[in-house]
Design a protein around this ligand. Structure first.
Ligand SMILES: [Zn+2]
Length: 376
């Protein structure tokens, strides 16, 4: 499999400007406008853009060099909406938005979207990211969280007008002489940065894009079954864009806090139950904490330490399908340490009683067999 350096035809020691130059060349060569209907060219165009996206970013490049191509491109923490920091691949919109950087552009700097390629694109405001911390119970039941988000919004009174350089199309057509011959390319309009619009009236306090920062309470519906590092997206609650652009999204990273008594393992939960020697000998009933409240379970007489009781459906709900995991109750028999003289004498008298000799039967499985059962 060709790595990003092969794709751009450069060596690993290539400088930033060499990387940029190499990408520019590939982008022109495989540009869809120049290769209409050619799927291979489009594939190469995308590959070059992906390679450039990583190699042009010093942090991403360092990570890529460290991990190697295979590990880097298959990264991502999986689950639900893509994991944190993974490699997402690019679509054509992403690629054209990168062109502002490569082929020059200006105007509305700091926009995440640039025009170019096929027709005018509406600019998109920046995505915002927050982290939301949940208890295990909240993760089990689902919850609605209200968070305060500082978003950029269009300032009251701001107006935008159509860009006169590109007449609102967001792009200008250039004829370029390349080694491949004369070529017509569309590039983002330098005046408006591809937005097709420019700020007309700037209210006091607004930034160069006519935006102000506003704190807004956003309600986030968190579905039952989420796990740490899952990411939710609240559409349109990122920064607003200038003009008639579309708002970015609010990306919500989930963190589920550790529970005092319950340990999570996928959709199953584990609970350590301690019972006394008399309780183990005589049997009893015990209250067990679950994510939906307490339940009382019977403990049969003669139960062995290490026994795992499975409470079906009392685990975590599955976010991708129906049904719940189980709650696994690990039975531990607590051996007393400080005995009175009478108690000591009692146990001493039992030492010679063959009733107390261990005599495991087939049903009293070893720890390893039980673990094997649990995952089968
Ligand atoms: Zn323009």
């Amino acid at each position: 499999m060709a790595d990003f350096y092969d794709i751009l035809g450069i060596s690993k020691s290539a400088s930033a400007s060499e990387i940029k130059k190499a990408y520019r060349k590939k982008a022109i060569e495989f540009h869809p406008d120049k290769n209409p209907g050619d799927a291979t060219a489009e594939e190469n165009f995308k590959k070059a853009a992906e390679a450039y996206e990583t190699l042009s970013d010093p942090q991403k490049k360092a990570r890529y060099d460290q991990l190697g191509h295979q590990a880097y491109t298959s990264g991502g923490a999986g689950g639900f909406g893509g994991g944190a920091g993974g490699f997402g691949g690019m679509d054509m919109d992403d690629i054209f938005s990168q062109f502002g950087d490569i082929f020059g552009g200006g105007g509305f700097s700091g926009f995440s979207g640039f025009g170019g390629g096929g027709g005018r694109r509406r600019v998109k405001g920046k995505d915002l990211r927050i982290r939301v911390s949940l208890t295990l119970e909240e993760a089990a039941l689902g919850v609605e969280k209200k968070v305060k988000v500082k978003r950029k919004k269009q300032a009251p009174g701001v107006t935008y007008k159509t860009c006169s350089t590109c007449n609102g199309s967001g792009q200008v057509t250039r004829i370029q002489n390349t080694i491949l011959g004369r070529m017509q390319t569309s590039a983002p309009c330098n005046t408006c940065g591809g937005a097709g619009q420019m700020m007309d009236k700037k209210p006091a306090g607004a930034d160069a894009q006519g935006l102000i920062i506003d704190e807004e309470t956003v309600s986030i519906k968190i579905p039952a079954g989420v796990e740490t590092d899952m990411r939710l997206k609240v559409g349109g609650k990122g920064n607003e864009a200038p003009g008639d652009g579309i708002s970015g999204d609010l990306l919500v990273d989930i963190e589920v806090k550790a529970h005092d008594n319950l340990q999570r393992e996928g959709n199953n939960l584990h609970y350590d139950l301690y019972i006394s020697v008399p309780e183990a000998v005589l049997g009893t009933s015990k209250e067990i904490q679950t994510v939906t409240g307490k339940v009382r379970i019977p403990i049969e007489a003669g139960i062995q330490s290490g026994k795992i009781l499975r409470l079906r459906g009392k685990g975590m709900p599955s976010i991708n399908s129906y049904g719940n995991g189980d709650l696994l109750v690990h039975v531990n028999v607590w051996t007393p340490r400080d005995l009175t003289r009478e108690q000591k004498e009692f146990f001493e008298s039992m030492m010679t009683d063959s009733h107390f000799d261990p005599a495991p039967e087939k049903g009293d499985k070893s720890f390893f067999e039980k673990v094997k059962d649990m995952f089968s």
